[in-house]
Design a protein around this ligand. Structure first.
Ligand SMILES: *Cc1c(COP(=O)(O)O)cnc(C)c1O
Length: 895
């Protein structure tokens, strides 16, 4: 059965590549320096490079394969893996590896063809490879087709063969990226080849997209899997060749394969001359492994359906706006001549320049110039972009289309045979620039997520005792349990991670990290710890004398525990609005100065250890502190000689909230806002697993007090590790240093917080009760208002979070009666807030994931009366939310 079109990616982002966003002035400068040929631009000059060749996202399996290339000259294991997978996926037994498809074509023509021959093919794109060899490629495509425009005109093929015997018949799956071939037609071409004693040679570089068209449009094929169609299609040819940088999503590599041992022998006799040895063919071992794994995965049904849905959606958006284009298997191929009728020469180059100037988007013209096609392909790098990004790229093209009359012609300054040789001169038009607010990164590697049925999820939930903490991650599609340590690291972080040199002394990674902290926070003393709570322990022991008061704006679990262990007494000084889930006050994280004043009146300033000042207050729902409050509290503490210690775990998110909601800061960079915020404190603890964009790490830092730093270092050595590493390997320190630089990027933090705002917006629109205003790292659903008919002692939030999993595969967390535990008298604590928390990992999920989260919850909202409560079947004494097991009330009633 063909899988239905998935509504979100069947994977999450595992690692990401940052995107550059050069200014319009920089883009004009770059264009001039590139002689108005976008071929000469480099990736740091480009925001979205719309080419699909070798630019796809790998899976984590492929990335792992990259590191197990055995790099042997002869008989590499990776070659064996490659042969096995080619045989399994494409059905051919004998493999001749090559460095890429040019290598394959080189061998093929050398073995089978000679100068002066004419070669029939359904593809034109490879004419540039044949012409210089004196081989004339001629078109035998059936131009009367609607869908399968790549089909052979069998009569024309027959006639052509009659006129001059070709070396073989050339076929391409999804010819030239635009023309799919039906299986029936390919089989007919095969039969024809057999009748004439000719080989059918098929390029399967884009076989997956072609198979999708067969599945969707060829009669009788709708219930076949992509894998099945791909194999049948490939097996139809005598010889296949493939470029590894297309469907298999390697960055290079290729092969020829056949079932004919004699042909194979011819190929491998040439391989030593032209490519390498017959067991590596000019590929590194790692390339063979990445290619082999990519082959094994490329027919994964949900992934194929997702990728094709992206192409269809992107194309439809452009088409609906009247942009002239032709179908591409991997994007939309703009018809530059129809787009720019006023530009008679090189309209494709003029369009490419205008698109880059207005939006920083590159579309590339390749191959031989002067073929008169004037197509500008906008290809989607396979699986690397989100729909939000693609929509915005499409909108940039549409915006340019509206201004198309202003696009100037280019003047040719240097002619050449190939597009990449051309140079132009031009004048700039005054286009309206396009601004992006999508994710400022691309997927680099992907991690598959669970695709499950409702029945499977119900079973998993029963096994987990109706407790989302007890679910296996392998059963979870979208994990919104926590934003702690769940970040996708960037390639820059991984590069730093790999390069870091370990030492128990002072590592360069430490110095980098300390420099980043001094730059971003302006604090002098930098003590790394393995997590935030370790920093909290040390801070509490150094700063608190037993019996002292520690006022804080609400509390965080680990923070409070360490203050109490050190003999401190926590006092809540957050504004009253923070405790009211319906209050719309914007700065619910603020400290109430009157409450501070009262503490000093009662106990005296000397009895206050320090102010424990959390930013983006987690337990209040990620609620921000205003800049005014930071200033006022600091001024007040200066009068009383009381230090201010931040919990800066989500300080960047707080800085963004100030930029977004305090008009005085709307044009100030987040980095500068953060720097001002940190002025109003004397030190900070940080859980690096949040803002710092890493999976493990923490920080204790002091602005300038050397005595606190020295005392803390003494404890660091005993509790954590070396004084310059805090128990973290240099690699993690290096990744953390890079994460600190990335976290203050305005586009990144806006995209992150924007996700929470949009998710809350979709829920709110449908009437689902959410806590207001939405914070920066999570969305909270009010389970009391969602399930008013469920008694709080039947754990409405616990049940709701279980139902959300069963409905959608989304894992959330209860924050209500179960989490708050029992009072000393044994009765439930009955907290005011009975919430389900949806927490967003950083750089991991797309809006499509979150849209499905919202849709699933809205479906539950619509049938909320049918949802009942839970009762404990196993209740641990402490922290019962981690291990507790439940059963539905209706099951209990049925017994
Ligand atoms: C996560 C967190 C901590 C604890 O940090 P760990 O790295 O988990 O030890 C402290 N404070 C806040 C606000 C947090 O969110």
């Amino acid at each position: 059965m063909a899988t239905p079109v998935p509504v979100h990616e069947p994977h999450k982002f595992k690692t990401i590549r940052q995107i550059a966003f050069p200014s319009i002035d920089a883009r004009k400068h770059n264009l001039a320096a590139a002689h108005f040929n976008v071929f000469n631009l480099t990736p740091p000059q480009v925001s979205f490079d719309m080419v699909s060749y070798g630019s796809g996202a790998m899976t984590q399996e492929q990335l792992a394969g990259q590191f197990i290339g055995d790099e042997a000259y002869a008989g590499a294991r990776n070659f064996e893996t490659l042969c096995g997978n080619i045989n399994r996926v494409l059905g051919h037994t004998h493999v001749c590896p090559t460095h890429n498809s040019l290598g394959s074509v080189k061998i093929l023509l050398h073995v089978f063809a000679e100068s002066g021959q004419r070669l029939p093919s359904n593809a034109r794109g490879r004419v540039d490879l044949h012409a210089p060899r004196g081989i004339e490629l001629y078109d035998v495509r059936d131009h009367g087709q609607d869908v399968f425009t790549g089909n052979f005109d069998l009569a024309a093929l027959e006639a052509g063969i009659g006129a001059s015997r070709p070396p073989f018949i050339g076929a391409q799956a999804f010819a030239d990226g635009q023309h799919p071939v039906s299986l029936a037609n390919l089989r007919a071409a095969r039969a024809l080849a057999d009748r004439h004693g000719l080989r059918l040679v098929l390029d399967v570089s884009r076989v997956v997209e072609n198979a999708w068209y067969i599945q969707r449009y060829e009669p009788g094929m709708g219930d076949r899997t992509i894998a099945d169609i791909v194999k049948q299609f490939a097996k139809t040819a005598h010889v296949i060749l493939m470029d590894g940088a297309q469907d298999a999503r390697a960055n290079t590599g290729g092969f020829l394969a056949t079932d004919n041992p004699a042909d194979h022998e011819h190929f491998i006799n040439e391989i030593v001359v032209f490519e390498g040895l017959h067991t590596y063919g000019g590929m590194a071992g790692r390339t063979m492994e990445v290619l082999a794994r990519g082959l094994a995965e490329m027919c994964d049904e949900p992934t194929v359906q997702w990728a094709m849905q992206q192409t269809e959606r992107f194309t439809a958006r452009l088409r609906a706006a009247g942009v002239p284009l032709e179908r591409g298997c991997d994007g939309a191929y703009l018809r530059a001549d129809a787009f720019l009728p006023q530009v008679t020469a090189y309209p494709e180059h003029a369009l490419a320049c205008a698109l880059y100037q207005t939006a920083g988007v590159r579309a590339l013209v390749q191959g031989l110039a002067g073929r008169g096609e004037h197509l500008l392909p906008l290809q989607i790098p396979r699986l690397a972009m989100t729909n939000r990004q693609l929509d915005q790229v499409a909108d940039a093209v549409i915006a340019l289309h509206r201004q198309r009359e202003q696009v100037p012609a280019l003047s040719l300054e240097r002619d050449g045979q190939w597009h990449d040789e051309l140079r132009f001169g031009a004048v700039f038009a005054d286009f309206e620039p396009v601004a992006f607010d999508c994710e400022p990164y691309l997927a680099h590697t992907l991690e598959p997520i669970a695709v499950t049925t409702r029945e499977q999820r119900l079973q998993a939930m029963r096994e987990a005792g109706w407790n989302t903490f007890l679910l296996r991650s392998a059963d979870v599609a979208i994990d919104l349990l926590t934003d702690s340590g769940t970040t996708a690291m960037s390639t820059a972080q991984w590069a730093a991670y790999d390069a870091a040199l370990p030492t128990p002394a002072t590592s360069s990674a430490y110095l980098e990290f300390a420099a980043a902290i001094r730059d971003v926070y302006g604090y002098e003393h930098v003590l790394p710890t393995h997590q935030g709570r370790a920093a909290e322990q040390i801070l509490s022991e150094v700063m608190i004398r037993p019996g002292q008061i520690v006022p804080g704006n609400m509390y965080f679990t680990t923070t409070k525990v360490h203050q109490e262990y050190a003999g401190g007494v926590f006092a809540d000084v957050i504004v009253d609005e923070a405790h009211d889930p319906t209050s719309l006050f914007r700065w619910k994280g603020n400290i109430d100065l009157a409450k501070l004043e009262a503490l000093v009146q009662q106990h005296g300033a000397a009895q206050i250890a320090y102010i424990s000042f959390e930013l983006s207050v987690n337990l209040a729902g990620g609620q921000p502190v205003s800049m005014d409050n930071l200033r006022e509290v600091y001024a007040w503490t200066r009068r009383h000689g009381i230090p201010v210690m931040f919990d800066a775990t989500r300080a960047v998110e707080n800085a963004y909230m100030i930029q977004a909601h305090d008009p005085r800061y709307k044009d100030t960079r987040v980095k500068d806002i953060l720097r001002e915020m940190m002025l109003y404190g004397d030190g900070a603890t940080v859980s690096g697993k949040k803002d710092f964009l890493i999976n493990i790490g923490g920080l204790l830092t002091f602005k300038d007090n050397a005595e606190w730093a020295r005392k803390s270092e003494a404890k660091l050595r005993i509790y954590e590790g070396g004084v310059r590493d805090g128990g973290l390997p240099a690699a993690d320190l290096a990744a953390m240093a890079q994460g600190v630089r990335e976290m203050v990027d305005d586009r990144y933090i806006q995209a992150r917080v924007g996700q929470a705002q949009r998710l809350a917006g979709w829920l709110r629109e449908a009437g689902v009760p959410v806590v207001e205003p939405t914070g920066s790292h999570a969305v909270f659903i009010d389970a009391r208002r969602f399930l008013p008919h469920v008694d709080q002692d039947e754990y409405p939030a616990q049940r709701l979070s279980s139902e959300i999993y069963i409905e959608t595969g989304v894992r959330t967390m209860e924050r209500g009666n179960v989490s708050s535990g029992r009072d000393p008298d044994g009765s439930n604590h009955h907290p005011a807030l009975e919430l389900v928390r949806l927490t967003l990992a950083r750089r991991v999920y797309s809006d499509d994931h979150l849209r499905e989260v919202a849709n699933g919850i809205i479906r539950l909202w619509q049938r909320r009366e049918s949802i009942h409560g839970l009762r404990f079947v196993y209740e641990p004494k402490d922290l019962r939310f981690f291990q507790g097991r439940f059963e539905p009330m209706e099951a209990a009633a049925a017994v």
